[in-house]
Design a protein around this ligand. Structure first.
Ligand SMILES: [Zn+2]
Length: 318
């Protein structure tokens, strides 16, 4: 790219915020702009206006060579439409082409987890790997799979929804209508739930931090408490990490990847989460003594994974 051809942008469209970023050819985030996501019960045009404002703020009048959109929702396999997103109003609208016309540049669209695995595979901890499993632990679980160097999308573009694999028959009810889904035991929500059931029964600093009200607990509070050696918070990570390893053993048995990458907000806890996960993976994986067990790495990009991957998608498309 020369400066004359314009800059590349990635835009991450989440349930609460829109993050637009100029991203360099080396994956560096150069400049960013944020907007609040207008919500899911509004006109589609309001969301597209917010995206346009954020893109224009980052571009600041410079020519744009391409924009990649990373959407928190189901994107059809052709990359034209967001078919469904729990926190966004799009329901099969031709988002990609409409924004390409509006912005008069190349626009590409993918699911946010696919963009994150692209960022890690091109610039991050899975660089050069042909077979990658990525699991993102936030409120729930998201994920993406790279097979033979290509993102595996599946027939409907819905591959990688690992969170709703059943890990415990007759287990905890899930928002999806099922029972015992993986994300009920392994997610930010699972961390919080673990602590909530112990409030008032076992001494923990989190009791004071949430003033005895379990509804005020958050995942980041549990992470901070664990970093201060709070015993209940440490047990919460031990439990969530163990469930992470159990689920990974299933994914590794099915897909035999070179590397596993763990992203999302919960992964900020690092080895507090990943050490029990690695132990459970080896314990639970079929033939563990007779195969190379893949390394489990924390993601490099954190909150910028979506914009970095989306901008790379635009760069490699235009
Ligand atoms: Zn579920």
């Amino acid at each position: 790219m020369t400066p004359d051809e314009g800059i590349y942008l990635g835009v991450d469209i989440g349930g609460t915020k829109v993050l637009a970023a100029e991203v360099g050819a080396d994956g560096q985030v150069v400049a960013t702009a944020r907007r609040t996501t207008p919500g899911r019960r509004v006109e589609v045009a309001l969301v597209e206006d917010a995206l346009t404002e954020a893109v224009q703020e980052v571009a600041a009048g410079r020519p744009i060579a391409g924009v990649g959109l990373a959407a928190a929702g189901f994107v059809d396999a052709s990359g034209e439409r967001v078919m469904f997103a729990p926190h966004l109003p799009w329901r099969g609208d031709p988002t990609r082409s409409r924004l390409a016309d509006r912005w008069d540049t190349t626009v590409v669209l993918d699911n946010d987890a696919n963009c994150a695995v692209r960022a890690e595979g091109v610039y991050g901890v899975a660089r050069g790997a042909e077979d990658i499993v990525m699991v993102t632990l936030g409120t729930g679980i998201g994920g993406a799979v790279v097979v033979g160097g290509r993102i595996h999308r599946g027939r409907n573009g819905m591959a990688g929804e690992f969170g709703h694999m059943q890990v415990l028959p007759d287990g905890a009810p899930c928002e999806c209508g099922g029972f015992g889904c993986w994300e009920q035991y392994c997610s930010g929500n699972a961390l919080v739930r673990f602590v909530r059931t112990r409030l008032g029964r076992v001494p923990t600093v989190l009791e004071q931090w949430c003033e005895g009200d379990g509804e005020r607990l958050t995942g980041p509070m549990v992470t901070t408490a664990a970093e201060h050696d709070d015993p209940v918070a440490l047990q919460a990570f031990e439990s969530v990490g163990d469930w992470l390893g159990v689920g990974l053993a299933n994914l590794v048995a099915a897909l035999d990847p070179e590397v596993v990458v763990i992203g999302g907000g919960v992964s900020a806890a690092g080895d507090l989460l990943l050490e029990p996960a690695r132990s459970a993976l080896v314990r639970s994986l079929v033939g563990a003594g007779h195969r190379q067990v893949p390394p489990v790495h924390p993601a490099r990009f954190g909150p910028h994974a979506g914009v970095v991957g989306a901008a790379h998608l635009a760069r490699s498309t235009s």
